[in-house]
Ligand binder design. Structure first.
Ligand code: URA
Length: 233
């Protein structure tokens, strides 16, 4: 497919479209060895060899956004030094080099986003964004209302107080929990701290992005609206 040279350069993150037009006009871009300085020139991103200042520009990779319902018993990494199952073992048919955003414990199941969009990964995991994550925890003992109140206000784990959080009982020994931080094993430690150790833990939502009825071990590509939504979080 033919696209305008400045669009190709902008997508490949050489510069903004406007700046790329300038770079083209300055005669710094070659297409198959010939200087391409005519405005509006089109290129074939699959076949043409495009250089800026003599350096090859690689075609932008297609961005991929998927959600996986991570099962228990696998690590949230691309490779594991101990050869354990990883979340990547559940994803087939994706050619791009995707990786998980954030982490779920080995024994936690639920919603995990995988992408090759480094900007999104950076923004979603940056602590300043405070994105709400919703979990369903089955616990050994239903907490008292006092315990739940301290959970909501914040409790000390690893020597530091947690930010205000949401907790409600939704069934026998079953809790819905929403937190905005992403500290190590945070939900497990918070439940432990109020005397209700976790038996099973599942993440069911990140912001408004929900697992819904995606089966464990299955994944799906996000819709255009969902991609827009998570980029705006
Ligand atoms: N909190 C935990 O304790 N574990 C997870 O995997 C996610 C949040």
């Amino acid at each position: 497919m033919l696209i305008r040279l400045q669009k190709f350069l902008a997508e490949a993150q050489v510069a903004s479209r406007r700046k790329s037009e300038e770079i083209i006009a300055q005669g710094r871009v070659t297409v198959n060895g010939e200087v391409a300085d005519t405005p509006g020139v089109k290129v074939d991103a699959e076949k043409d060899i495009i250089c800026v200042d003599g350096k090859l520009v690689k075609k932008a990779e297609k961005m991929v956004y998927i959600i996986l319902n991570k099962p228990e018993g696998c690590v949230t990494t691309v490779k594991d030094q101990f050869n354990r199952k990883t979340v990547m073992d559940y994803v087939s048919d994706v050619r791009q080099r995707i990786y998980p955003i954030g982490r779920l414990d080995y024994n936690t199941s639920g919603l995990l986003i995988l992408t090759n969009d480094g900007d999104l990964a950076y923004r979603l995991t940056h602590p300043k964004h405070n994105i709400e994550k919703t979990y369903i925890a089955c616990v050994e003992k239903t907490p008292s209302s006092d315990d739940m109140e301290s959970f909501r206000r914040g409790i000390i784990i690893d020597g530091r107080k947690t930010a205000p959080a949401y907790i409600e009982i939704i069934g026998k020994n079953k809790l819905e929990i929403k937190i905005h931080e992403g500290r190590n094993r945070q939900v497990r430690k918070m439940c432990e701290a109020i005397g209700s150790p976790v038996i099973t833990l599942e993440r069911v939502a990140i912001g408004n992005l929900k697992l819904d009825n995606l089966d464990k071990g299955k994944y799906r590509h996000l819709s255009v609206d969902e991609i827009e939504y998570i980029k705006g979080l």
